[in-house]
Design a protein around this ligand. Structure first.
Ligand code: ZN
Length: 133
């Protein structure tokens, strides 16, 4: 089962400008920037206590983040829950009838293995499962 909110993902169109905003709001600079080539995004991570904020900017037009911003505008993109055993969690949810975007975990940013649930089955909230590698 998920044991905490690992991070909130926020879709932004100007990473530099958004890093400044969240540095002001959180009182600390991002601790890392990382490009995830398989997702066509560049990410920036902030710590908030034991949770994190992940800013995501598209690096190409066919990125899911570019499509999200084109249809919905900037804003909260996904909620990521931390799990101990990600494949077990994927299997548990699929057994309950939920549709996964990733039926096998894939490499995500910040040293995590990740999998997304299909948002149509979860109140249009995109849910990410993530576990340490
Ligand atoms: Zn994320």
């Amino acid at each position: 089962m998920p044991n905490k909110i690992e991070h909130l993902g926020i879709a932004v169109s100007d990473l530099e400008a958004s890093e400044k905003i969240f540095t002001d709001v959180l009182g600390a600079a991002p601790y890392k920037r990382e490009e995830v080539e398989s997702e066509n995004v560049i990410t920036s991570f902030f710590k908030v206590g034991e949770n994190k904020i992940e800013l995501l900017q598209a690096t190409s037009e066919d990125s899911a983040i570019a499509k999200f911003i084109a249809t919905k505008g900037e804003g909260i993109h996904h909620v990521a829950f931390s799990v101990d055993d990600i494949q077990m969690e994927i299997d548990r949810l699929m057994d309950l009838g939920y549709r996964m975007i990733h039926e096998k975990p894939k490499e995500g940013a910040d040293g995590k293995m990740i999998a997304f649930l299909h948002p149509k089955g979860s109140n249009r909230v995109l849910v990410e499962l993530c576990a340490d590698k």
